[in-house]
Write a protein that binds this ligand. Structure first.
Ligand SMILES: NC(=O)c1ccc[n+]([C@@H]2O[C@H](COP(=O)([O-])OP(=O)(O)OC[C@H]3O[C@@H](n4cnc5c(N)ncnc54)[C@H](O)[C@@H]3O)[C@@H](O)[C@H]2O)c1
Ligand SMILES: O=C(O)[C@H](O)CO
Length: 402
């Protein structure tokens, strides 16, 4: 029998019981649920990662929906417990949902929400920050100053890499990968090579345009008398690894991307390359990475995610050529409050029987604090399997109205 889990309750007499496994930033998400007759229960347990048993205890005998976290294992056991308690709605407070067994959710008829779009720029900004920090050795240099080792300016002190004119490689040029690419191209005049299963047409157009009549960054540089930036869609991932000076990983985590970067692929990268990972830890074989860092002191990495979070593989923390931060890529106030809002509206929308928003890349109408959100679920990943209809306004898809 699982121990009872401590909670905080909002609107105790609400008709629908919605559980959040964590306290989340902001209050808009709570207000939106309370206004729609939900009793909101927020888990206040001190422990960071809740077990399946803890969550079963939170779900209890009657629960209409749960907002959960990427650290939790949402598989058959939890979806079965939620379904038995009458619940048909779950949302991760994250865009990535590799912690969720969507087939199990489908089996119990539970909708699975995620939070795309609101974290695109924030996450890309952290990837850009890590790229800069690694190329200019900022963390090493900061440690050196604090250790009282600075004796005065020296020609060789913390010499790093110039980004301008180098090539940025993006693996997974979806929302975040494309936003990161634009930052590196526009900010540092880097050339782009990317690998994705699909063509990133908008990103390509941003770099060079389709014709002279369409404005692009490349044409702007040319008109200013500067060398225009270039792009290339690589035919294989290895091509990116061989050519790029800075490589940033932005694919989803699934069985096709597990250990995408392994010993063999690391050996294909330039000796002085920089590797950034703000996607999911298991996309990189972290043990192979530690060995590669050891063997190649000029190779640098910036990591926001780790294979066995919250742990790092042995040796990683000792590597001076690694910058490590604790999965904070989406951690800006606006984004985290927005993620909480989208997650709450996914759950509320399913409880209310609303349709799903037609374009999860365009979720701004849900984030505008000055107006009521649309009567829709912002993003349900298994909408098709559960036959949840798309939101339409007067016959047009919502995207066309915004
Ligand atoms: N570190 C963080 O805090 C943080 C924050 C946000 C997102 N993420 C991670 O980033 C991921 C991407 O988010 P997004 O919003 O850009 O998603 P997205 O779906 O827009 O982009 C993912 C891209 O990866 C591509 N892809 C899939 N499999 C591939 C493969 N085998 N090889 C190459 N490309 C492949 C897809 O075609 C797609 O273009 C999320 O799934 C999540 O895991 C991490
Ligand atoms: O997938 C996500 O959204 C992140 O990892 C947390 O923001």
């Amino acid at each position: 029998m699982a121990k009872p889990v401590s909670i905080e309750v909002w609107n105790p007499n609400g008709k629908y019981r919605v559980v959040s496994t964590k306290s989340m930033p902001g209050t808009r998400w709570i207000n939106l649920l309370v206004q729609q007759d939900c009793r909101v229960e927020i888990c206040t347990e001190k422990k960071t990662i809740l077990s399946v048993e803890d969550i079963i205890a939170l779900i209890g005998n009657k629960c209409d929906g749960v907002i959960g976290q990427l650290t939790e294992d949402w598989g058959d056991t939890l979806f079965s417990a939620l379904s038995k308690a009458g619940g048909k709605a779950f949302s991760n407070m994250a865009v990535g949902y590799n912690n969720v067994d969507v087939d199990a959710a489908n089996k119990y008829g539970v909708a699975v929400g995620n939070t795309p779009g609101v974290l695109t720029e924030t996450t890309a900004e952290l990837a850009a920050s890590l790229s800069l920090a690694a190329s200019r050795r900022i963390v090493e240099a900061d440690g050196f100053m604090r250790a009282g080792l600075y004796d005065g300016w020296l020609p060789h002190l913390f010499v790093g890499n110039l980004l301008k004119g180098q090539t940025v490689g993006v693996i997974g040029a979806g929302r975040i990968g494309s936003a990161y690419a634009r930052m590196m191209i526009e900010g540092f005049k880097m050339n782009l090579i990317y690998y994705d299963l699909y063509q990133a047409t908008r990103l390509e157009k941003f770099v060079t345009g389709m014709s002279d009549s369409i404005f692009s960054y490349g044409q702007f540089l040319k008109a200013s008398g500067e060398e225009p930036v270039t792009w290339k869609r690589a035919s294989s991932m290895d091509e990116v690894l061989q050519v790029a000076d800075v490589i940033s990983l932005h694919p989803i985590l699934d069985k096709t991307t597990y250990h995408l970067i392994n010993k063999e692929r690391l050996s294909k990268m330039k000796k002085e390359a920089i590797l950034i990972n703000c996607s999911r830890g298991p996309v990189v074989d972290e043990e192979a990475l530690v060995e590669h860092l050891r063997q190649n002191p000029m190779f640098r990495v910036g990591l926001d995610v780790f294979e066995d979070e919250p742990y790092m593989k042995p040796g990683l923390a000792d590597m001076k050529n690694a910058i490590v931060v604790p999965h904070i890529a989406s951690a800006s106030k606006w984004t985290r409050e927005g993620m909480a809002t989208l997650a709450a509206l996914n759950v509320l929308g399913k409880i209310k029987g609303y349709p799903t928003w037609s374009n999860p890349n365009a979720v701004d109408p849900f984030l505008d604090e000055k107006s009521s959100p649309p009567s829709a679920c912002p993003s349900i990943v298994n909408a098709k399997a559960l036959v949840i209809v798309k939101y339409r306004i007067a016959g047009f898809e919502a995207l066309k109205m915004i």
